[in-house]
Design a protein. Structure first.
Length: 119
């Protein structure tokens, strides 16, 4: 199993980024997927989850209306579109297999991608 996150970077408040997570080593379309993040000195927290077929999503209250999770099962990739970014969104972002709600994680983390929101 391999999960490779990409797309992070430095962005000004109010800006946008699109994260990608390329998956391999398992049947991607059989698994629900989630994005988590971990800010310095804080615990890792759920950001968003999407069901295996992409028909249902779940978001943390802090990102509702700003972030959108999606997936392309033909490309074995899950995405996180992040708009109206705030400094408090600064964190390392990780994708992982999960339960449909994202509350339960399955397997190991990837290396993550750093998102820094700062002027």
């Amino acid at each position: 199993v391999r999960l490779v996150e990409s797309g992070g970077g430095l962005v000004q408040p109010g800006g946008s980024l699109r994260l990608s997570c390329a998956a391999s080593g398992f049947t991607f379309s059989n698994y629900h997927m989630s994005w988590y993040r971990q800010a310095p000195g804080k615990e890792r927290e759920l950001v968003a989850a999407i069901t295996a077929a992409g028909g249902s999503t779940n978001y943390a209250d802090s990102v509702k209306g700003r972030f959108t999770i999606s997936r392309d099962n033909a490309k074995n990739t899950v995405y996180l579109q992040m708009n109206s970014l705030k400094p408090e969104d600064t964190a390392v972002y990780y994708c992982i297999r999960s339960s449909s709600s994202g509350a339960l994680r399955i397997g190991s983390w990837g290396q993550g991608t750093q998102v820094t929101v700062s002027s």
